[in-house]
Design a binder for this molecule. Sequence first.
Ligand code: GAL
Length: 432
Amino acid sequence: MEYKFPDGFLWGSATSAHQVEGGNFNDWTEWEHANSERLAAEAARRHAKTHMRIPDYILERYPNPLQPENYISGKACDHYNRYEQDFDIAKSLGQNAHRFSIEWSRIEPEEGKFSEAEIEHYRKVILALRQRGLEPFVTLWHWTNPTWFAKRSGWLNKDSPKYFERYVNKITLSLEDVKVNFWITLNEPEVYVGASYFSGQWPPQKSSLISGIKVYQNLIKAHQLVYKKIHQISGNSLVGTAKNNSFYEPFSDYLLDRLVVRLNHYLRNEWFLNKIKNYQDFIGLNYYFHDRVKFSLTLKSPGGIFVRNKNKNESINNLGWEIYPEGIYRVLKDLKKYDKPIYITENGLADANDEKRAKFIKEHLRWVHKVIQEGVDVRGYLYWSLLDNFEWDKGFWPRFGLVEVDYKTTERRIRSSAYEYAKICKNNALEI
Ligand code: GAL
């Protein structure tokens, strides 16, 4: 059976600066150095509990998740120097779009001082994509901040939206000649707020509801400001965000279970999008999670607020995340109400042995195809990620790439699932 996608559908993959470039210096870099030993020790403690053992085949790879070096981004994939080779690979895999991010700390390493050399670097990156027929989706902020910005309380500072606007103004003016069609202002603001300001897991490790709300409001304001700014500078560009939405369903018909579904859906899926609904030309969707939830009295629970997760986990990835393709359909169906074109800006899995990736992609795309048939305007799919990369506080061991990276030599090896995905990209159709 062949499932044809609409003409002009964009096919590609995504990365973010800090996770692939190497040689960055930002608030995460500082945090990694201060926390790598702790993260390794925590991983070792978890590993010692028999039901949380990390499989041997992962421990045997480099870097080992039980060692501190796994938690330091360092030279990462050296994509900063190897982007042309990486884009050659993407092109050879039939892709016609690519999402990457500009690293704010490179562009503005000191407050108000911009690096023309780094701007030039990203101009070359965009041109390299265009030369290969890959449509650039340019993310302006993918969680990392310049150290000067972090020292001024980062996104808690009431002037933070203005600092962000100054950087975006500079970058969009400077890159006006290369005509970026798709700007993504912010990556997953609610995930950042949750992990950096509510649960206190990520830098700056705050655990405060009030701080979290302030940061969220500043991110909304920042988005609104730069939405207008980008339109002033380059009227034809399309501006959106990359929003992580999950499919929540109640564990039972019990009223409290249904209420926590509503609450989480509203706070985590809808709130930000409602706030920016007059300031977006498209919706970028990052889909990873399905949560079958039962009410719990714990305010801060993983996967949601007042939530105990009751997923069946019939199939999981290396991080233990449930694989639930139907969820992408449910989430997309729900986004129809915003009446904007939708691009899937991330969807992928950690799968070191490449056992489940091809099936994962195909099954998700089968549901994407169905939702398009039912009238939802989905225009592209960007797999996360082109390359294995630095997965934040988990470090290097989770392997999300279509392309495997040997972190000792930085050599690339295309995984077999990448060729399966390439067939879909080249035919603009899924065959199953
Ligand atoms: C997303 C994030 C990416 C990547 C991915 C896989 O939430 O935007 O940077 O880490 O998850 O976990």
